[in-house]
Design a protein around this ligand. Structure first.
Ligand code: DC
Length: 648
């Protein structure tokens, strides 16, 4: 597919201040109010994207005068001062749910014949509840295609208004559309919801925008909205940055352990999606709520259960982020997002699975079971859904080989998404205290050692094989007749033993290059490496060497987590267990393949469950599954990632 985008991971903390495009939801509400107002409104910070262009074109076809300054995100709208009149008009809402559902009740208030249509994807989205409500109010409308969907033809004679019941359990947009049109109805409108609405904050946003244009909505209880008849008055207003779009950048900070600030959003923002920052905070990130910004600093990503009914546009963001969590993340309350641009729950479950992430579909949400060792790149489908593309792009921050198919679908709400994300790629200058360490961790048989050695050559940096040091201590213990399980004696010995690990390994000046690799030593080394005393001694030496040499490619099990948690580049190299066993077996066939596999499993278990510095994917590290890659491919991938963050 030529409309595919191969992403390059960050492998380092995302960093920066993002200025986001305007909110789609805010823009489209303001555009419609301005179009119905008396006088000229001036909107700034406007979003220009497919969904808002659809609304713009529609209000122009209804007779509003529009002057758009796309470069400065500003727009002037001179309104109709009331309900529209039309004759045989066709309005194409394209892919836009807001445009179509906001307009339908307004068209019903007008006079003349009009057809509301949209792209095939929009035609298959639900409209039934709104159609029924309008019919009950006396509107003459006909579904030209499937019942309950677009295209819809109206023979409008104005609408008196009065009282209406409606369900907002599929979409709150049905209610927002009715509220926005209600001042045009001579009797106004009392809307009674038959049950609690989804996405309630969007109803609040509608009320706030209507108030900005001079109409107040009364909300006597959580299920009734009363809109008096009246006139919208032109207003000058600033559209807020898009809070749903902000979720991707906040998540990027969290996933990469970076720090990202979004200006123009704050606790009192009109948009409910700012609450995504609360979710990140509960997961372990640090969030600063400024007067006119929100800043997220990545830290832990714990697990948890989150009900996103009120801000479901961030559900896919959370599902993608969950791939990097410490434990399960369950998202509930979002069954209705199956009827958005695509079935978003099924879409995420399928695409996460392609990237090695287990996700379980539930009727009203999903559960993500993260296993960082299994992450792998894949060609990801987006189903024409901008949020699929933007969410799945988050995986690519720490997983190479992620390709986003049909990435252009982001144009629906955020044409510049990918360049904005790229703007957060950190650039580090290794100098002074910042040591250019590339931390390469991973289990045995992952290809890590070969990769690290070649990467060091490629980058012209020193190479440190820290595993050889632990092996050297095991050799020294056996040579000295010390039981490697005797923690104090082995620690004492480690302190006294001189170990050199360049091309060859020397223990107190004696070459032990071959000896450290024998099966006997491979058996003992996990015991030695689980000894906190030995670790303390060796970690101190590792830090000292790397610092003295100004950095290098350092491989081991705890480099990114313990030895250099601030390394400017961190990778976790892994491979599927069968592949790792086969590789080890091919290296030396002293043991059977089954024994090699058992041995690896045993060492994985000891290494990853020991209390002191267990083998884990370091926070923020890129995860490279080498199962289906050649060594050279892995090395080039790592080298290009390293170069993308390190300035010469
Ligand atoms: O990478 P290797 O197989 O040579 O590592 C030998 C052992 O040392 C292995 O059991 C993990 C352990 N090790 C460690 O605990 N910390 C490191 N930084 C490197 C290796």
């Amino acid at each position: 597919m030529n409309n595919s985008r191969l992403m390059t991971p960050f492998a380092a903390p995302a960093e920066g201040v993002v200025s986001l495009p305007g909110s789609k939801s805010h823009t489209n509400r303001a555009l419609l109010c301005a179009a119905l107002s008396e006088g000229t409104s001036r909107l700034s910070g406007v979003l220009f994207a497919e969904d808002t262009e659809a609304m713009l074109k529609a209000i122009v076809s209804l007779g509003a005068t529009v002057e758009a300054d796309r470069k400065n995100f500003e727009i002037e709208v001179t309104g109709l001062a009331g309900a529209p009149m039309f004759r045989d008009l066709i309005i194409d809402a394209r892919l836009s749910g807001t445009t179509s559902r906001f307009l339908l009740p307004t068209l019903a208030a007008g006079k003349g014949e009009v057809t509301l249509d949209g792209a095939p994807q929009l035609r298959s989205r639900p409209f039934a509840e709104q159609i029924e409500a309008l019919r009950n109010l006396g509107c003459d409308l006909e579904e030209l295609g499937t019942p309950g969907g677009l295209p819809i033809k109206l023979a409008s004679r104005g609408l008196e208004g009065g009282e209406v019941e409606i369900s907002a359990e599929t979409s709150s947009q049905f209610v927002s559309g009715l509220m926005l049109a209600a001042p045009l109805y001579p009797s106004g409108l009392k809307i009674r919801l038959v049950g609690p609405p989804v996405s309630r904050p969007y109803l609040n946003l509608t009320i706030k925008v209507m108030r900005d244009f001079g109409v107040s909505v009364d909300e006597p209880d959580g299920l009734t909205y009363i809109v008096p008849p009246g006139r919208y008055l032109a207003a000058d207003l600033r559209i807020e940055p898009d809070a749903s779009a902000a979720s991707y950048f906040f998540a990027a900070a969290s996933i990469t352990q970076g720090r990202v600030k979004v200006v123009g959003l704050h606790r009192e923002s009109y948009q409910g999606d700012v609450r995504f920052a609360d979710v990140l905070e509960q997961l372990g990130a640090k969030v600063v709520w400024g007067e006119n910004y929100i800043e997220v600093q990545g830290d832990r990503i714990r697990g948890g259960i989150f009900d996103l009914r009120d801000f479901s546009d961030t559900a896919q963001t959370l599902a993608a982020l969950a791939a990097f969590a410490e434990s399960d993340i369950e998202i509930t309350g979002i069954g209705f997002i199956r009827r958005k641009e695509t079935d978003r729950i099924a879409g995420m479950v399928t695409e996460l699975a392609k990237c090695g992430v287990e996700a379980i579909e539930r009727e009203d949400g999903l559960i993500v079971r993260p296993d960082l060792w299994s992450l792998r790149g894949a060609s990801v489908d987006t189903y024409g859904d901008h949020r699929m593309a933007m969410s799945m792009a988050l995986l690519s921050l720490r997983v190479p080989g992620v390709t986003i198919n049909d990435h252009d679908c982001v144009a629906k709400t955020f044409p510049a998404f990918f360049s904005c994300l790229e703007g957060l790629r950190p650039k580090v200058k290794p100098r002074g205290k910042v040591v250019a360490v590339a931390a390469i961790d991973g289990p045995a048989g992952s290809g890590k050692s070969t990769v690290a050695r070649l990467l060091a050559t490629e980058l012209r940096l020193p190479h440190f094989d820290t595993g050889a040091m632990y092996r050297a201590v095991a050799v020294a213990a056996l040579r000295a007749g010390i039981d490697p399980g005797d923690q104090d004696a082995t620690t004492d010995l480690a302190e006294r033993t001189e170990i050199s690990i360049s091309d060859r390994t020397f223990i107190d000046g004696v070459d032990a290059t071959d000896e450290i690799r024998t099966p006997e030593i491979s058996q003992w080394v996990s015991v030695v490496a689980a000894n906190p005393g030995v670790r303390r001694v060796l970690v101190a030496r590792q830090r000292k060497w790397a610092t003295e040499l100004g950095g290098g490619v350092m491989e081991g099990r705890d480099i990114g987590t313990e030895v250099f948690p601030d390394a400017i580049f961190k990778a976790f190299v892994t491979a599927q267990p069968e592949v790792r066993a086969r590789r080890r077996y091919d290296e030396s066939s002293v043991q059977t393949l089954g024994d090699v596999a058992d041995d690896l499993e045993r060492r994985d278990r000891i290494d990853s469950t020991r209390t002191d510095s267990p083998l884990q994917v370091a926070p923020g590290a890129v995860v490279v599954d080498t199962s289906e890659l050649t060594i050279q491919e892995v090395v080039s991938e790592l080298a290009s990632m390293f170069r993308s963050v390190v300035e010469d």
